[in-house]
Design a protein around this ligand. Structure first.
Ligand code: ADP
Length: 652
């Protein structure tokens, strides 16, 4: 050893602190400790290159060798004096290095010492080589566990040192990623996962979580094998798993709360009280686990609600889908969602499609008794909540159906419901009744006209009391003839027999004429008739006599239903698309409860003011039908005790 010089010998530390140097002559810088550190699992992964014992710094033999071979100095950690005093009786270990093993047992050339002594390996064999000499005989317990341990072949201490020296020379020690950095990465991954998991459903969250775990493992593997960076990746899958469970619990909590809110919203709609009610009003979400019957209760309430809803469904099916009535429902996009056989049979027979609301309305207008068109019916349905039309179907036997349109909302979505009722029987009776009355009216009209004519002659030729009687007969018969005429006019319109002479009419002259004709009536009741007319107005297409009669009738009513000394105004107006004739009075007005019925045949108000005023209840029916026959509209507004305005509207 003395002769050769380039020899390094180990130092032994006995009893934890007594340092024993080699017994041979050996310079101090050619010594070092050969201690290697086992982890808790017994595997040798690291070495401390510097030990401090009793204030004496002892390098590892490999770091000393490294300095000698490479000529570089090994950078050792510095410690302050405080630390040295603290560890007085202990060994301080510094400069930990993770060994980057080349492989398992046998990775380095090894030769037997006997063979060297026997001269099998001449000195030239060792030229420019570093030879580590160690004992590997069985029974020496020099048997180290390393990460490359396989086939139960451990590594001798000398081999471990060869790996340590190799790591030093190649400068490829495995670097631990710092703990704080690891935790920072874990927290970032955790937060990111939480946000993502909360946004997506559980199944996707599971897939994405798995993908994250696989990616992290792959990245860790890459860092470890290619860049010698060790990040102890177990923490990441654990964090991802915990976050997955946490987000699952949060979502579960939200779901239970939603369920509980739905229960509350449903409660008022249920027909029967819930038998299972415990926890019904709870809004604790997943904390309901801690209520008396636990979260299981929520499921029981749901079952109970489900049972009640099945009943409701059965009930509505029976009510709606029966063959008593036709049912058709369109959703807010105009698609048909429900149609029963009753409705389907009717509309199939007249080739009206029911799949879409537009298609349906487009075709149905041709079959309605009311005069309307596609645009009008569509607008009416959406503007008014409830409208009724009458459907007439010509077949072997004429049939009539009432179609009630109504809209309803469920969960902020509106639906249009159509109920179709067969009213053939009612219509038949109505027609029969009208027929009988019109026959009777016809039969009465000629004798009544004679009575009226002759009583007039009599009243002119008789004198005294007799003249009076004749005058009464004449007045009453005249009233009756007027009644019969109005009634027959209406019947004519309804039966489509009213001849129309449509021409271009200037309403300014016409209104003036009517106002003039009304004057004597007005004078008799001390009512002054005003007209409000524009300078000029577009002509309209209508039947002159018929429209004149209508305005006259409205004016007559306005005078009749006003106390003396009030005004009646007939106003002609040009609106954007329409021409409008308003007949305005400041008379008794119409009681609110009568508003919906004044166009009904024979309807007469029971109002205190007007009950003694004579009339037939047919005037307005006639006006409405006559105006509609010409393509116009009759509307009115009225305030009881203040007056009324009746408006005839003609589209330009
Ligand atoms: P009649 O006038 O012959 O009774 P109408 O059909 O003309 O029949 O009118 C029906 C009812 O409507 C009347 O009985 C009356 O109560 C009410 N009415 C009509 N016009 C007016 C009006 N201008 N002011 C107040 N009430 C009216």
């Amino acid at each position: 050893i003395k002769k050769h010089g380039n020899v390094f010998l180990p130092i032994l530390i006995e009893d934890g602190k007594r340092i024993k140097y080699p017994p041979f002559h050996c310079p101090l810088e050619h010594t070092g400790h050969i201690h290697i550190e086992q982890d808790v699992d017994g595997i040798v992964r690291s070495v401390y290159h510097t030990l401090i014992v009793d204030n004496i710094t002892i390098p590892s033999i490999t770091s000393a060798l490294y300095e000698f071979i490479t000529g570089k100095s090994f950078k050792r950690e510095r410690i302050n004096t405080d630390q040295t005093t603290k560890i007085k009786d202990k060994i301080l270990q510094l400069d930990r290095m993770r060994i980057n093993y080349v492989g398992g047992h046998g990775s380095f050339d090894s030769v037997s010492f006997i063979d060297v002594i026997d001269g099998i390996y001449p000195p030239s064999f060792f030229k420019n080589r570093i030879a580590l000499i160690g004992l590997s005989a069985t029974g020496t317990f020099d048997f180290m566990l390393t990460p490359f341990l396989k086939d139960r072949l451990g590594m001798t201490g000398v081999e471990v040192h060869a790996n340590i020296l190799n790591t030093l020379i190649l400068d490829n020690a495995i670097i631990d990623i710092q703990v704080w950095l690891r935790w920072l990465i874990a927290i970032v991954i955790g937060m990111g996962c939480f946000i993502i998991f909360m946004m997506i459903d559980e199944k996707r969250a599971a897939y994405i979580g798995l993908l994250f775990i696989v990616s992290i493992m792959a990245i860790s593997y890459f860092l470890f094998t290619r860049l010698n960076l060790w990040s102890a990746p177990a923490i990441y899958p654990i964090i991802i798993f915990i976050i997955f469970i946490t987000s699952y619990i949060c979502k579960f909590d939200d779901a239970v709360k939603l369920l509980q809110e739905t229960y509350l919203a449903l409660e008022s709609k249920l027909r029967w009280k819930l038998s299972e009610r415990e926890g019904f009003h709870s809004r604790k979400g997943i904390l309901s686990i801690f209520t008396k019957k636990g979260i299981y209760m929520q499921a029981k309430i749901l079952t109970e609600i489900g049972r009640q809803l099945s009943f409701e469904k059965e009930l509505s099916d029976r009510a709606l889908m029966s063959d008593i009535q036709g049912v058709l429902i369109f959703d807010n996009k105009g698609n048909n969602i429900i149609v029963n056989d009753f409705a389907l049979d009717i509309f199939k027979a007249i080739h009206v499609e029911t799949t879409s609301m537009d298609g349906f309305l487009y075709k149905i207008v041709d079959h309605l008794m009311e005069k309307t068109d596609y645009e009008t019916i569509k607008r009416t349905i959406f503007e008014e909540n409830r409208v009724t039309y009458t459907l007439a179907i010509n077949g072997k036997k004429k049939r009539f159906y009432k179609i009630d349109f109504s809209s309803f909302d469920v969960n902020d979505v509106s639906y249009i419901l159509l109920l179709i009722t067969d009213i053939t029987r009612v219509k038949e009776l109505e027609l029969l009744k009208s027929h009988i009355i019109s026959v009777v009216s016809h039969e009465l009209k000629s004798p009544m006209t004679s009575i009226q004519g002759f009583s007039e002659i009599l009243s002119k030729n008789l004198s005294g009391k007799m003249q009076n009687f004749a005058a009464i007969i004449n007045r009453e018969s005249e009233r009756l003839v007027r009644f019969l005429n109005t009634f027959l006019d209406i019947t004519r319109i309804e039966e489509g027999r009213q001849p129309l002479r449509i021409e271009s009419i200037n309403l300014i002259n016409l209104v003036q004429e009517v106002a003039h004709a009304l004057k004597p009536l007005g004078d008799a009741s001390k009512i002054y008739i005003h007209t409000e007319l524009p300078q000029s107005i577009e002509n309209i297409m209508a039947d002159k006599d018929l429209i004149k009669q209508c305005i006259f009738n409205l004016g007559e009513n306005a005078i009749k239903y006003s106390p003396p000394e009030r005004d009646v105004i007939i106003r002609l107006g040009d609106e954007k698309d329409n021409i409008k004739i308003d007949v305005i009075d400041h008379g008794y007005g119409i009681k609110e409860e009568d508003l919906g019925r004044i166009f009904d045949k024979f309807f007469r108000s029971t109002s205190e003011y007007t009950k003694n005023i004579k009339g037939s209840g047919l005037g307005l029916t006639f006006v409405k039908e006559a105006i509609e026959l010409q393509g116009g509209k009759l509307t009115f507004t009225s305030k009881y005790g203040e007056g009324s305005t009746f408006s005839i509207i003609f589209p330009k």
